[in-house]
Design a protein around this ligand. Structure first.
Ligand code: ADP
Ligand code: MG
Length: 876
């Protein structure tokens, strides 16, 4: 049915519904019939898919091949062990991925959007996913349209359909049926589409299609979005490909050299495959996802809800945090501290009431409920409350002077107007930014503007938000109700000074940003002087070089001029949301990594374009939330900084994990590969290599994800997102540790063979194993010694190391395992010696950290961030 060609009543009949909405029972039935109102790719993986996913891994396939080869060459025993290891590995992988999935599911539930509907005749809020055809939804500015709908009632409704039609101007919608004909999507003026957003007005509408049957669903079916890949995963992917080539070459070379030396090809083949496995970092990308998902779960506990997984990783790279002022840096608890009345202004029609207080009470959208709680925007509430305390309560006054019409506040005009009936005519009351009002005053008042400006500026300079009031009388309600006609020829009544105290925790967070090489920037619609005063209180501005720029000043700057100063601006005042985009692109052009907050519909483009868009959880609109990568559940600036700290920790830990895995593999490869060049037999059997790779490397490696923040994590510059994984000497570290581990293993082997010890192979195996465990402990911190961070500060890791050591001893001393793993029980002396040799790796890495701590003692230089200024940081 073409709903746009049909009158509303017929639409209702077709959907068997009415303007009062559905009842809960019918809605339940329809939900079962039509399925949830969501796009298909949001569906969860089943447990079986997770298991299958584990088994489809390339490494597992290689392992299974190895098992096959073992059977072929009559080594069925090895095949069992390989299979057991594969199973164990799959179980570990499954548990991790399952936990990550649960974490993501919890996040998705938190981020799930809601819709207002009429059910059982009452307005209620339900999950968008539970909408069914026939539901009556209530829409207003800031909402995302939750399903495809047919409007039944609209009030100056405007919808932004650019996401669907590409049409950038907003479309005005009506409930009227269209005359018969062909209409493209954008011309169906009585339909609203899922995923588009209401920018203005309000409406009620019938849901006509949900889920994949909506227009958005039809497109989604065509593109079926692929899984997200984070920047780090991309880099790891490339690294993985290169390492696969290395693995193949190493395996082939090993096989070739052994063949030439006349060794049995069967053994060679198995060891070659094991070697290739050692070099393959197959599990890395998946483990990054797991770390990120678990990290996102942790972030939620700190009130930062991540909507996009890559943002968890890139949080650590933020160099600029551009944040709203009201509510984020301040408490959003406004109180009127002072009133200024222009002398000798009286308003006709008010009898002998005070004009300014009357305006305070009437020009407001604040109200209070039965329990005397005030409702509404904090500015509005503060003003209405102040008037009420002076016996100018809104309800009583509105009874006498009923509101006839209004021009709502918008952040571009920076004022709002209400029109009231009085015995003498229609009273127009306007309040807003003083600057906006000056332009509209009567000629007779123009002369007083200089004096008013002086007074207003004096208040603003103390951090007060100043709201000015103007009024005029009209004989009757004008036909054309637009700001251009109504908000002119006003008489200035006076102004109110409001105080919104800065948040204490924001002040600390600002200080923390500065030591972390992050620049906090305030963006506000407030007066320049108000903004500057608050910024100074918070520490955002602390020197003369740090600039305050206003919206009009920004407009006057051309691109090169703005680019020259953008890194020095700390406060943008009197800006409108559209200018946020310009700020972001100017900063990004200077290679800054920008986090930007927003709450309104017109903030959405900025939130999308920022490197990390952050929406307000409490005061934010649905549209802003959908555009953002992260939602601040408590609207608090300090939470952003806390999230950055976590982001840095998560990134650090992923890097530690990569270091551990690659350094360990390098050790194994060097040991196996080089032994023959010293005339020694291959130190390990294939099974030993698999054991080390999957158990010794795997368990402690995973536990590195639980490592707490490094002490200096917020005292060093942000992570450059363009930097390679190998920056910071990772390559040298891997090579160094690899040579050390390989050397120790070969050395032990050579010595033991020379001493005619029959257990030489088990000794080499034990050295290799325990040196990895020592590495895991030493690698926990990049800088600090393990003794200063404490063994117990990462209990999962300690547990993993103890467990792995225990498992190793089991395969050394349980006779049945000796058989399976071709190991022999070591004597106490042999075991002691092996552990002592292995511990060298631990001590060397600790020593390296000690040297680098001493070396860098005087302070860490943070590279130039703000126009050449450098921060010298003391290392502790
Ligand atoms: P912020 O960045 O602090 O959220 P807003 O866009 O809310 O700034 O406000 C910008 C300016 O608009 C304020 O400085 C004030 O002068 C004016 N203003 C704010 N709220 C109202 C309102 N409810 N009615 C009239 N004017 C307002
Ligand atoms: Mg505001």
């Amino acid at each position: 049915m073409d709903y746009y060609l049909t009158p509303v009543t017929e639409v209702a009949a077709e959907l068997t519904t009415s303007p009062a909405g559905l009842d809960a029972a019918t809605a339940g039935q329809r939900l079962a019939e039509h399925g949830p109102n969501q796009l298909a790719d949001a569906q969860q993986k089943t447990i079986w898919q997770l298991v299958l996913h584990q088994l489809a891994d390339v490494m597992i396939l290689v392992l299974l091949t190895a098992a096959g080869v073992s059977v072929l060459i009559g080594e069925a025993k090895s095949a069992y062990v390989i299979l057991a290891i594969v199973m164990l590995n799959a179980v570990i992988g499954f548990v991790q991925e399952y936990r990550a999935d649960k974490a993501m599911e919890a996040l998705q539930k938190m981020a799930a959007s809601h819709a207002q509907v009429l059910r059982d005749g009452r307005p209620q809020e339900i999950l968008t996913a539970e909408l069914v055809p026939g539901d009556v939804v209530l829409l207003e500015a800031g909402h995302v349209i939750p399903a495809d709908v047919r409007f039944l009632e609209t009030h100056t409704l405007k919808v932004d359909e650019s996401s669907l039609t590409g049409e950038s101007s907003n479309v005005e919608k009506t409930p009227d049926a269209l005359p018969p004909g062909e209409y493209p999507l954008g011309d169906r003026l009585n339909l609203g589409y899922k995923g588009t957003s209401v920018t203005n007005g309000r409406a009620t509408a019938y849901v006509v299609a949900t889920g994949m049957k909506t227009e958005l669903g039809k497109i989604a079916a065509l593109i079926q979005t692929a899984e997200v890949v984070t920047p780090l995963q991309k880099r790891l992917g490339t690294l993985g490909k290169r390492l696969s080539v290395v693995a193949l070459v190493v395996g082939a070379l090993f096989f070739g050299v052994g063949w030439l030396r006349g060794e049995a090809w069967q053994d060679l083949l198995l060891v070659s495959i094991s070697l290739a496995i050692a070099a393959l970092p197959e599990a890395l990308p998946a483990l990054v996802t797991v770390s990120l998902a678990l990290g996102a779960g942790r972030l939620m506990k700190s009130h930062a809800l991540m909507r996009k997984l890559p943002a968890v990783e890139t949080l650590g790279s933020v160099t600029y945090i551009c944040t709203d002022k009201t509510g984020t840096l301040t408490l959003n608890q406004m109180t009127v501290e002072d009133l200024y009345e222009v002398p000798a202004v009286t308003l006709a029609g008010l009898a002998d009431r005070n004009g300014l207080l009357t305006a305070l009470a009437l020009n407001t959208d604040a109200s209070h409920d039965a329990e005397n709680h005030w409702l509404g925007d904090s500015t509005e509430v503060a003003l209405a409350q102040y008037a009420a305390d002076k016996d100018y309560a809104r309800p009583a006054l509105e009874e006498q002077f009923p509101r006839l019409a209004e021009l709502p506040f918008d952040s571009e005009r920076k004022c709002m107007t209400t029109l009231h009936q009085t015995p003498e005519g229609v009273l127009v009351l306007t309040k807003g930014a003083a600057g906006s009002l000056y332009k509209q005053l009567t000629d007779s008042q123009q002369a007083g503007i200089a004096d008013l400006t002086r007074r207003v500026d004096a208040q603003a300079a103390q951090g007060y938000r100043v709201l000015a009031y103007g009024a005029k009388m009209l004989p009757e309600l004008p036909a054309d109700l637009t700001p251009a006609t109504v908000e002119t020829g006003l008489t200035f009544l006076g102004f109110a000074s409001l105080l919104d105290p800065p948040r204490e925790e924001a002040r600390q967070a600002v200080a923390e940003c500065k030591t972390a090489g992050i620049i906090p920037v305030m963006i506000t619609g407030d007066h320049k002087l108000t903004a500057k005063a608050i910024a100074e209180k918070l520490g955002i501005i602390s020197s003369e070089d740090e600039l305050v720029l206003t919206g009009p000043e920004l407009t006057a700057l051309d691109e090169p001029a703005f680019a020259a100063v953008v890194e020095k601006v700390r406060v943008y005042a009197r800006v409108d949301p559209a200018q946020k985009l310009r700020i972001i692109s100017a900063l990004q052009a200077r290679h800054q990594f920008v986090a930007m907050t927003g709450d309104g519909v017109n903030d959405a483009p900025a939130l999308k374009n920022a490197d990390i868009g952050i929406a307000m959880g409490i005061n934010g609109t649905e549209v802003a939330k959908e555009a953002a990568a992260m939602i601040l559940l408590d609207d608090n600036f300090a939470t952003i900084v806390e999230a950055v700290r976590h982001g840095r920790r998560i990134y650090d830990n992923i890097l530690k994990f990569i270091r551990y895995l690659l350094a360990g593999s390098a050790g194994e490869i060097i040991a196996l590969f080089c032994a023959p060049f010293f005339g020694l037999p291959v130190p390990l059997l294939a099974i030993h290599i698999l054991w080390i790779n999957l158990i010794t490397d795997g368990l402690p490696g995973l536990a590195l994800a639980y490592e707490p923040s490094e002490k200096n994590s917020m005292r060093r510059p942000p992570i450059d997102p363009r930097q390679t994984i190998f920056a910071d000497g990772l390559g040298w570290f891997i090579l160094g540790v690899g040579l050390l581990v390989g050397g120790l293993t070969i050395g032990t082997e050579a010595w033991a063979i020379r001493q005619d010890l029959p257990h030489w192979q088990t000794m080499a195996f034990t050295v290799l194993c325990f040196s990895q465990l020592g590495l895991a402990l030493a690698i926990r911190s990049r800088r600090e010694s393990i003794f200063s961070i404490g063994l117990l500060s990462n209990k999962p890791l300690l547990g993993a190391v103890v467990l792995t050591a225990g498992l190793h001893l089991t395969i050394l001393y349980v006779p049945f395992c000796n058989e399976l793993f071709s190991t022999q029980p070591l004597t106490v002396a042999e075991l002691g010696l092996a552990v002592a040799i292995a511990s060298v790796v631990f001590w060397v890495v600790e020593l390296q950290k000690l040297i680098s701590r001493r070396w860098k003692r005087p302070g860490v230089q943070v590279p130039a961030l703000s126009g050449g200024a450098t921060l010298a940081l003391v290392s502790d």
